[in-house]
Design a protein. Structure first.
Length: 307
């Protein structure tokens, strides 16, 4: 019985990711089927021609499809989160917390930005020592992200992705892992799964770092709003900085080839350390100031929770 219960809990950790991936695959297949039928009845019967049209139609639309999949998945994930809450209420393990002052959520903005910066620089250093196959594993994701317009990048990466990913990895997976292992291992494992979910060696370490910071604010604010806000800050800032850097490079044609690898490594390391210190300082402030109190059952309908 114990092994059956454990297997059920492990499955509960896995299937939220599969739901999102399944919806993405299903959505693409539905669109492809509808288009193929439409083209067939409009005189295009050659499979080669249909495949060619399909590739042209989907090219550069991957991020839009990802955003559509996220919007479809979000209500399903909220349903499972609410169901988990009802189960905890039934088993009398549910905890409710007071609403955190909304102004304290502003602390998440610099905390997210500083962590995004040092994590990006850390990955940049790693890339200098990564073998070619690891770096090339990122090319597909890079084309998907930067192959879309900036507006789509902001909407998909800045808003849709943070919501669906936080519901999956913090709202469901992390909370369910806490029923299997202690809180530290739950944080680490959920962050590692978040990194693996990105599917390449370059984004994985970055995602693990952001995943750990998301768990931190989730536990401090006791609300899924906190990691969603952190994730949005991280992604929006990353897209914005990438866009600005691209424009500067286009106008000024800046090249790093004139600098030695050691000079670049030293410059990146110094910046990384600076942002890491700022991130730690901001985290300490959050840890000291943000302390929502647990409330009793009599107030359970008038206060916020970790949803």
């Amino acid at each position: 019985m114990k092994s059956t219960g454990l297997a059920k809990k492990i499955w509960g950790v896995i299937y939220p990711m599969l739901i999102y991936l399944g919806i993405q695959i299903l959505l693409i297949n539905v669109i492809q089927t509808i288009c193929a039928v439409y083209w067939y009845f409009n005189g295009i019967s050659s499979m080669e021609e249909i495949k060619s049209l399909m590739m042209q139609m989907l090219s550069g639309k991957e991020l839009i499809l990802t955003m559509m999949s996220a919007l479809i998945t979000i209500p399903i994930l909220i349903f499972f989160m609410n169901r988990d809450t009802e189960h905890k209420k039934t088993s009398h393990t549910y905890k409710k917390f007071e609403l955190t002052n909304r102004w304290l959520y502003l602390l998440i903005l610099p905390f997210g930005f500083f962590n995004m910066e040092w994590a990006n620089m850390f990955v940049s250093i790693l890339q200098m020592f990564m073998p070619k196959f690891m770096i090339e594993s990122y090319s597909g994701a890079e084309n998907v992200i930067y192959g879309s317009s900036v507006a789509v990048q902001f909407l998909a990466a800045g808003f849709a992705a943070p919501v669906v990913e936080e519901l999956i990895f913090r709202g469901l997976i992390y909370k369910r892992l806490k029923d299997i292992v202690n809180i530290r291992w739950a944080a680490i494992l959920s962050a590692v799964l978040f990194g693996v979910f990105h599917g390449n060696w370059v984004q994985a370490p970055y995602a693990i770092i952001i995943g750990l910071t998301a768990v931190f604010v989730y536990e401090k604010y006791k609300s899924i709003t906190a990691p969603i806000l952190l994730h949005m800050t991280v992604n929006i800032a990353s897209v914005g900085i990438s866009y600005i850097a691209q424009k500067i490079n286009e106008t000024q044609n800046i090249s790093t080839q004139q600098f030695s690898d050691w000079y670049i490594l030293e410059a990146i390391s110094t910046s990384m350390f600076t942002f890491l210190v700022l991130a730690v300082m901001t985290g300490i402030i959050i840890n000291k100031i943000v302390k929502p109190k647990e409330v009793g059952d009599e107030n359970i309908n008038s206060s916020d929770s970790m949803l």
